[in-house]
Design a protein around this ligand. Sequence first.
Ligand code: ADP
Ligand code: MG
Length: 301
Amino acid sequence: MKIAMLARNPNLYSHKRLKEAAEARGHELDIINTLRCYMNIASRRPEIYYNGEKLTGYDAVIPRIGASVTYYGLAVLRQFEMMGVYPLNESVAIGRSRDKLRSMQLLARDGIGLPVTTFAHDPKQTDEVIKLAGGAPLVIKLLEGTQGIGVVLADTDRSATSVVEAFRGAGVNILVQEFIKEAGGTDIRAIVVGGKVIAAMKRTGAEGEFRSNLHRGGSAQLIRISPEERSTAIRAAKAMGLAVCGVDMLRSNHGPVVMEVNSSPGLEGVEKATGLDIAGKIIEHIERNARPGATRTKGKG
Ligand code: ADP
Ligand code: MG
């Protein structure tokens, strides 16, 4: 197969591993800098150009679109979809997962366990929202944050109010969430590929840190997850419509609760913690599923 990978940095561990895994299995994989693609949105003749050449002949596209380039990256991915190229994850599904509020709504609709989560646009409703979330301690997060940046723990209602007002004053959207204290600064990331959990790791935050993101100094370990955690991860991936994702869950007193679903999970932490060849599993999934024109949504909806 000829595979395109939309990514900006070819030297990232995950990108190198996916290229290696594709080549080891006899495929060709080109890393394409998303931002350098340009498109011709011609009627019924969608085209993408790169370095002065028209991109043709691809069987599949692996989107590894960074959070800061979501808008343009998804436009390029949609263009591939309209050309009939099989996307590992569809543009619409990635779009859903990039918005924490939208993701929470979709997960809630499917009855998946979630921390109590509230949202308000109007700062006048701050007190009500804090009450609705159950009062302090509360976690306040930016709707489009990533790598733990923009996730704040407020210990008292007063500090929660100040944080909400500060964020709202800066014009950014946030959600206010019940703090799952019993998780003890540890979360679980389950990697779902094609409707199965193929790996799971436990991430523990650095000393004194409630955020377990590896980018914030957290450490990763292999973990055995419960059948309930497994089915929660699978259902979350399905609710988002993502073929490949990392589902982040917390162990709460009322069972597993999903915090977010990541459409481009990093491979380094999880491959090193589990010793598994996740990149190889992803390429295998493409081999099994890539069919021309098989995109479900073709960028619609
Ligand atoms: P990001 O997209 O920035 O990774 P997350 O929502 O995943 O944001 O939160 C980052 C980390 O903060 C999580 O991995 C988890 O360790 C911690 N965390 C987030 N929400 C909660 C919560 N409601 N209760 C306890 N810990 C949380
Ligand atoms: Mg996270």
